[in-house]
Design a protein. Sequence first.
Length: 161
Amino acid sequence: MIVSCINLYAVFDWEKPWFQKEAGIVPQTIIVLGVIGADVHAVGNKILDVAFSQHGFKVVNLGVMVSQEEFINAAVESNASVIMVSSLYGHGEMDCRGLREKCREAGIGDILLYVGGNLVVGKRTFAEVEKIFQEMGFDRVYPPGVLPDVAIVDLERDLGL
Ligand code: B12
């Protein structure tokens, strides 16, 4: 009896996103959001916050000039499913390197890592930039000016919502 209950509970837990979607409830997936490094570009960050919040996600917005450690501490404290990093001023490669390793050290090695903005300066194609960031451990890499809706679709797919 107890085993069946546990099994039923496990099945419900597994099916929960489906039930919630059918009921029109978007689960409170927690997103840690911020602009990394010494970057002060604030407008896109606000737009992302509003878009994700309106879609039903809980956003922990760290704003601008966020260090890797601040992203990780916020993700651990809030039990976040994803860290969304923005970098607009061209130093993204330097600022983001090592973030996945630091997540592993903090015990959140499997957390989703998304990054977007104007990630680099110079003449590299987006395909080259995407490869660099994927090799750094980012799950999704976005080109300049991408709309939040694109990330929302990816997030729902990656989390099975
Ligand atoms: C306004 C602005 C500034 C203002 C910022 C004021 C503020 N507090 O916000 C000031 C004057 C301070 C500034 C300074 C600098 N800036 Co400036 N700035 C801009 C400008 C004109 C607009 C930025 C903006 O608000 N865009 C509107 C928002 C809505 O778009 P967004 O930020 O791109 O965000 C959207 C998407 O990219 C996406 N997105 C962003 N991040 C992420 C993350 C994820 C996960 C996802 C899914 C999506 C996503 O979603 C957002 C909403 O759709 C851009 C040029 C431009 N037209 O974009 C240059 C620009 C970003 N700046 C640039 C530069 C170089 C600088 C400086 C280094 C200049 C200097 N030499 O001092 C400094 C850096 C200062 C610093 N330490 O950060 C360059 C960056 C070049 C690059 N990376 O290739 C740009 C592109 C100008 C250019 N064409 O050269 N800047």
